[in-house]
Every structure is written in structure tokens, then in C-alpha cells.
Design a protein around this ligand. Structure first.
Ligand code: NAD
Length: 479
């Protein structure tokens, strides 16, 4: 019998559903306006390098204006009864659901991630986050933070490019529910969904100044977190920038949460269902091109099943469809930027130079845009850079272990501590392992599952503070 290969017909999502303006201003006090210094920068589609739009680069005067607007709005917003704040947040959640298709297309164009992910993961989670925190707005006195918990004031929030709208939701939903006002800066390579969100706020009739969006680069972010009018800093991004922010706010009264990098261990025992584990490994490191802080970037496999697991994994990776993120059949899209691609390439090259064995899924990469084939390194030692440093790309480092204790020791041998996964059919082993793993999230027989009711955050250099769930309220309350 000959193997017959069935080709997929192209299934492109239409981009006609979303209007992208040729240029965008800053969203301050309910209005879009140009940056005071008139500076702009371009945002491109990583899968084609097409310029999508030009956005304003906020400078010092704009940060001042946005913080002032948020401060002025705080008085009225924080005085509203929780039931009234909840109405606005529920309205935002419903508009996000209604406009989910537009937003999914916009996010895919600006970020490069597959439409299947923006449509089925990012957008449903974004809406769920607003619904969830809307529900808390009138129940804060029952949340375990005392009889009348108070908001902090103005939150300065800085987010990365890997889940642009979802990170915005993680930041803005709990801030509004608790009565704070917000100045948020999206990442410079993915500003468009945050600007769209500004329009959602207007559509929801949110009072002016409650949410302000400043587009710009690291300098804008640094200006925002250092601004004396900010009461709370919430940052998601790299550990290097997180450390800088911690230094900036040290000695001030600002409250801080930092969600930083990771080097998650995905641990597969010899009794694990191999096919399910393979799906979990793929989801753990190739979802969102591996640009996920809690990615399962280190596979720890029990020695006795290593060959079987790796054969099955490579077979599965051969079926992943890499390419046009707007095609509904695509599994792996584009890397977010040329800079990120250069970082991934440099680290992957170091893996080879240090003696690990490299294997990449056979796939044809488009000639324009930023692409990296799903890659697996075997023969990795704990000393290799690819075992220690966060690659933030579709690159898996495989290590082996013989005993559960060895698995724990290797999993915990990292300066990070954000996530881990355990694959075994023994419930007792899951519980015993979970107790010993120094990671903020431990998944069992699954990976990369998110829910707004569940707190998320790290140990060690993965940051501090928790977002999500009841815990996520605390970061925005004066308790
Ligand atoms: P980054 O730290 O360079 O940038 C993140 C954001 O910070 C951007 O908006 C950027 O403009 C801004 N920024 C840069 N320099 C700044 C400064 N000095 N002061 C204030 N703001 C500044 O990170 P990135 O390259 O955009 O994102 C990738 C990193 O983020 C990865 O290391 C990843 O692990 C991490 N990340 C963590 C989580 C989490 O929840 N823990 C989630 C997503 C990404």
C-alpha cells in the first residue's frame, strides 16, 4: 500500500472584517491624540513584514498627561458602588465577545500567531477575564481582605508582545474591578489590539481617564513606572527589565507585581500515556511559537521511554503546519519580530556549538517574514545554555532522568520557577511531585491551561505577586 498524502486546501481568514487605520494616536482622557513631540513608529505584520500602521510614540509630557487624567478619573471611579463598576466591566466583556472576530484577525496580523489560537484561545480568555473580575467588583468586602478594602489609585501597567490583548486583560480587568484607574503601555511590536481596546472602552461608555493607553518603547515604559503619580506598577516581560523596574521603584511607596521569564520543565514518567504526553509537549512548547513565559521548554523524560517518546514526538512534529497565520489550518505562525528571531537563532546555535544534537521538523518556511522551524535538541546537559536560558521560541531541550528525585532536582535546577508539567498515571506521584516542584503553576497530564479563576505567577527570577483568581485582587488593593 502506498502512503497517500492529503493536502489541505487553503482556508484563509478574511482580513476585511477589521479596519486598520493608517495611523493611531495615544488614548488619553477618553480621546485619541498625537504625541506631544509628534514622534511615531511603525508596526509591521511579522508574517509578511508589511507595515500595518503608524502609531504615536509617547514621551515624558504624554506620560504626565495620561497619569494626570487617570488621577482625575480615580476620584469618581473609586467612589462608584461596586455594582456600578461591574456594569461597565460586564459591558466591556460583552463587547469583546461581540467583536472577537475583528480582534482575533487584528491580533494575528500584528503578532504573527495563528488565527486558530487568537480565535480559540486568546479572545475567549480575554472575555472570560473581564467577566470574571466584573463578578468580583461588588463582592470585594467578602474577598478576605477586610470589611472595606480600598483601591491603590493609579496603576501603571507595562505588557509584552506574546499575548498582547490577554496580558492587557490580566492587567486592566482586576484594576478596574477594585476601583483603580489605569495607564497601560503595550509592547512596541504589538500596539494595535490595545488601541482597539481603547475604542471598546469608549463604546462601553467608560468614564474618561479611567483607562489610558500609551504606545511607545522601553523608554515610555521606564518613564511610566518611574512617574511619581503612579501608585502601583504591574509589569509582564523579561527578567532583565523586571529587575530594572524593581530597582526603580525600590524605596518608593509603589506596590509592584512582576511576571517575568521561565524555563518550565515538562516531566514525562514511563507510565504516562505517550500519545497524550506528545500532545502536551507540542502544546507546551510550540503553542504561540514557544513565545510563552510558562512554556514547557525543558522536556525531562524518564530514560526507559526516551526513544519511544522522541520517535512519536518527531512523527507528530512532522504533521504540524507552519506558515500563514491567517490560514485556519496553520498550527505554527511567525516569530514576533526580527529581534526575537535573532535571539532564538543565537541560542539555538549555541546548543549545537555546545554539543547538543539538533533536529528540526521538515517544513518549508515562507520567504518573507520571521520564521523558525519547530526544533528539538537531544543530548542536552544541564550546563548547556539551551537548558538554562529562556529561548522564548519553538525550541525544546530534552534531558533524561531515572528516578523521581532526579526529575525534581533537574526541574528545580533553574533560576526561574514559573511552571512545570507532570505526566504519569499515578495520582499519588502527581501530588508528591507537585509538592516538591518550585514552580508557580504545576499542570498534571495537561499543559498551558489557563483560567481566570486560577492564580498565576512565579518563584525566584520568574517574578513576584499573583495575577488571576481572588489572589489577583490583592495586588490592586491597599491591604
Ligand atoms: P521586555 O521586557 O523587553 O518588554 C516588555 C515590555 O516592557 C514592553 O512593553 C517594553 O516596551 C517594556 N520595556 C522595555 N524596557 C523597559 C524599561 N526599562 N522599563 C519599563 N518598561 C520597559 O520583554 P519582551 O521581549 O517584550 O517579552 C518577552 C519576555 O517577557 C520573555 O522573557 C518572557 O518570559 C516574558 N514574559 C513573561 C510573562 C509572565 O507572565 N511571566 C508573560 C509574557 C512574557
Amino acid at each position: 500500500m502506498t502512503d497517500q498524502i492529503f493536502e489541505y486546501a487553503p482556508a484563509p481568514e478574511s482580513r476585511a472584517i477589521v479596519d486598520i487605520a493608517p495611523s493611531y494616536g495615544l488614548f488619553i482622557d477618553g480621546e485619541f491624540r498625537e504625541a506631544a513631540e509628534g514622534k511615531v513608529f511603525k508596526t509591521v505584520s511579522p508574517s509578511t513584514e508589511e507595515v500595518l500602521s503608524e502609531v504615536a510614540q509617547a514621551g515624558t509630557a504624554d506620560v504626565d498627561d495620561a497619569v494626570r487624567a487617570a488621577r482625575a478619573a480615580f476620584t469618581g471611579w473609586s467612589a462608584l458602588p461596586g455594582t456600578e463598576r461591574a456594569k461597565y466591566i460586564f459591558r466591556i466583556a460583552r463587547i469583546l465577545q461581540e467583536r472577537a472576530r475583528e480582534l482575533a484577525v487584528l491580533e494575528t496580523l500584528d503578532n504573527g500567531k495563528p488565527i486558530r489560537e487568537t480565535r480559540d484561545a486568546d479572545l475567549p480568555l480575554v472575555a472570560a477575564h473581564f467577566f470574571y473580575y466584573a463578578g468580583w467588583a461588588d463582592k470585594l468586602e467578602h474577598a478576605g481582605f477586610g470589611p472595606a478594602p480600598r483601591p491603590l489609585g493609579v496603576a501603571g501597567q507595562v505588557i509584552p508582545w506574546n499575548f498582547p490583548l490577554l496580558m492587557l486583560a490580566w492587567k486592566i480587568a482586576p484594576a478596574l474591578a477594585t476601583g483603580n484607574t489605569v495607564v497601560l503601555k503595550p509592547a512596541e511590536t504589538t500596539p494595535l489590539s490595545a488601541l482597539f481596546f481603547a475604542d471598546v472602552c469608549r463604546q462601553a461608555g467608560l468614564p474618561k481617564g479611567v483607562v489610558n493607553i500609551l504606545t511607545g518603547d522601553g523608554a515610555t515604559g521606564a518613564g511610566l513606572v518611574a512617574h511619581p503619580g503612579i501608585d502601583k506598577v504591574a509589569f509582564t516581560g523579561s527578567t532583565a527589565v523586571g529587575k530594572e523596574i524593581a530597582r526603580t521603584v525600590a524605596g518608593t511607596r509603589k506596590k509592584v507585581t512582576l511576571e517575568l521569564g521561565g524555563k518550565g520543565a515538562n516531566i514525562v514518567f514511563d507510565d504516562a500515556p505517550i500519545d497524550q504526553a506528545v500532545e502536551g509537549i507540542v502544546n507546551g512548547i510550540y503553542f504561540n511559537q514557544g513565545q510563552v513565559c510558562c512554556a514547557g521548554s525543558r522536556l525531562l523524560v524518564q530514560e526507559s521511554v526516551q526513544d519511544e517518546l522522541l520517535d512519536a514526538l518527531k512523527r507528530r512534529l512532522g504533521t504540524l503546519r507552519v506558515g500563514d497565520p491567517m490560514d485556519k489550518n496553520t498550527d505554527v505562525g511567525a516569530i514576533n519580530s526580527a529581534e526575537q528571531l535573532a535571539r532564538i537563532t543565537e541560542l539555538a546555535d549555541s546548543g549545537e556549538a555546545e554539543g547538543a544534537e539538533r533536529w528540526s521538523a521538515p517544513c518549508e518556511l515562507p520567504s518573507n517574514g520571521y520564521w523558525f522551524a519547530p526544533t528539538v535538541f537531544t543530548g542536552v546537559s544541564q550546563a548547556h545554555r539551551i537548558a538554562r536560558e529562556e529561548i522564548f521560541g519553538p525550541v525544546l531541550s530534552v534531558l533524561t532522568f531515572r528516578t523521581p528525585d532526579e526529575a525534581v532536582a533537574k526541574a528545580n535546577n533553574t533560576p526561574y520557577g514559573l511552571s512545570a508539567g507532570i505526566w504519569t498515571e499515578k495520582g499519588s506521584r502527581i501530588l508528591a511531585m507537585a509538592n516538591k516542584l518550585r514552580a508557580g503553576v504545576v499542570w498534571a497530564n495537561t499543559f498551558n491551561k489557563f483560567d481566570p479563576t486560577s492564580p498565576f505567577g512565579g518563584y525566584q527570577e520568574s517574578g513576584y505577586g499573583r495575577e488571576g483568581g481572588r489572589h489577583g485582587l490583592e495586588a490592586y488593593l491597599d491591604v
